[in-house]
Design a binder for this molecule. Structure first.
Ligand code: NPW
Ligand code: ADP
Ligand code: MG
Length: 281
C-alpha cells in the first residue's frame, strides 16, 4: 500500500499553459440536491468550481437554483425535470458526478436510470451518497457504460452497497466486492473514513495520511466528490489523480485546522485555489 504524498499531489497538479481555454479543463455535470438536501449539491459544485473545473453545470430540484446562483454565478444550472435537456447535458459532459443529496425517492431513481442509460464510454462517472444507496437497493441501477467509474462511499454507504460490515472492511474484501460490482475493471473505490483509502482493480491502494477530526461535518464528502470531479476534468482520470484530490482536500482542511476548531466545507472550497497554487508543477 502506498501513502498519498505531497509529491504525488504535485505531480498531478499541472501549471496551466497560456494557450488554453475553459474547454480544456473539463465540462462537469453534477447531479443531486433534492428539496431537503440542496446544500449537498451546492457544496459539491463549489468543490468542483474551486478545484479548477472549466465549466460546471448542475442539475437539481428547481428550488435550489436561486441559492446556488446567489453564491456562485459561475455555475450553470438546469431543472432536473427537463429530461430532454438533461440527457443532452449528460452526453456533452466529460465528467458526471451523481448522488450528493439526490435522495432515494422515485424521482431520484428515475434520474439515476437516466444517467445509467445515457453515460458513454468516453466519460468519467463519479457516484456518491444517495446514488450508492440507490444501487445498493436496486443493483440494475448501476451504470456500467462509462470509461472510468469512481465510487466515493463513506463506510456505512460501502456497507450498504457491498454488504461488508464496517468492522469487516478489509482491503481484500473491499477489492473483491469492487470486482463483483464492476466486471470490466475500470472502477476506483474511494472508501472514506478518518484515513480514506483509494483502490483500483489492479491491486493498487493509496492511503490518505492527511486530514483531521475538524472535518467531521456534513458536506465534507460532498465537497470531496466535487473536487474529484474537478481533478478528473483537468488531469487524466487515473488512480493517482483521484488520490491527489483526496490528499489536497485533507491538506486544505489541515491548514485551516491549524487555527480553527472545525473546518467548514464551504471554507475548505474557498481556500482550495490558494493551496493548489502551492502544489502546481
Ligand atoms: N447539507 C446537506 O444537504 C447534506 C446532505 N447530505 C446528504 O444526505 C443524504 C444522506 O447521507 P448521510 O451520509 O448524511 O447519511 P447516511 O448515508 O445514513 O450515513 C450517515 C450515518 O452513517 C454512519 N457512519 C458510519 N461510519 C461512517 C463514516 N465513516 N462516515 C460517515 N458516516 C458513517 C453514521 O451512523 P451513526 O454512527 O451516527 O449511527 C452516520 O450517522 C445523502 O444524499 C447526502 O448527500 C449529507 O451529505 C450531509 C449534508
Ligand atoms: N475524523 C476525521 N478525520 C479525517 N477526515 C474525516 C474525519 N471525519 C470525516 N472526514 C472526512 O470528511 C468526509 C466525510 O464524507 P461524508 O461522510 O460523505 O460527508 P457528507 O456526505 O456529509 O458530505 C470524508 O472525506 C472523510 O474522509
Ligand atoms: Mg457523503
Amino acid at each position: 500500500m502506498k501513502s498519498i504524498s505531497k509529491e504525488l499531489i504535485s505531480t498531478v497538479i499541472k501549471k496551466r499553459k497560456s494557450a488554453t481555454h475553459k474547454g480544456n479543463y473539463g465540462r462537469l455535470l453534477l447531479i443531486g440536491g433534492s428539496k431537503k438536501y440542496g446544500g449537498a449539491l451546492i457544496m459539491a459544485a463549489e468543490g468542483a468550481l474551486n478545484s479548477g473545473a472549466g465549466l460546471v453545470t448542475v442539475t437539481t430540484d428547481q428550488v435550489n437554483i436561486a441559492a446556488l446562483h446567489t453564491r456562485d454565478p459561475e455555475i450553470m444550472a438546469l431543472n432536473w425535470d427537463e429530461s430532454i435537456e438533461l440527457k443532452k447535458s449528460i452526453k456533452s459532459s466529460d465528467v458526471v458526478v451523481c448522488g450528493m443529496g439526490l435522495g432515494l425517492d422515485e424521482k431520484a431513481q428515475q434520474i439515476l436510470a437516466l444517467v445509467r442509460d445515457n453515460i458513454t464510454l468516453k466519460q468519467t462517472l463519479i457516484l456518491d451518497a444517495s446514488a450508492l444507496d440507490l444501487i445498493g437497493q436496486q443493483k440494475d441501477l448501476l451504470p456500467l457504460n462509462s470509461k472510468i467509474l469512481i465510487f466515493t462511499p463513506h463506510q456505512m454507504e460501502w456497507q450498504r452497497l457491498s454488504g461488508i460490515k464496517i468492522s469487516d472492511q478489509s482491503d481484500e474484501l473491499n477489492r473483491a466486492a469492487l470486482d463483483k460490482l464492476v466486471k470490466n475493471k475500470n472502477a476506483i473505490l474511494v472508501l472514506k473514513s478518518n484515513h480514506t483509502k483509494v483502490y483500483d482493480q489492479a491491486g493498487n491502494i493509496y492511503l490518505n495520511p492527511f486530514g483531521n477530526p475538524g472535518m467531521a461535518i456534513g458536506g465534507m464528502g460532498d465537497t470531496l466528490a466535487g473536487i474529484i470531479g474537478g481533478f478528473c476534468g483537468q488531469f487524466p482520470p487515473t488512480l493517482e489523480t483521484v488520490a491527489a484530490a483526496v490528499g489536497i482536500h485533507s491538506l486544505v482542511a489541515d491548514k485551516i485546522a491549524e487555527r480553527q476548531y472545525i473546518v467548514r466545507p464551504t471554507q475548505l472550497s474557498a481556500h482550495l485555489p490558494e493551496i493548489m497554487k502551492q502544489y502546481e508543477k
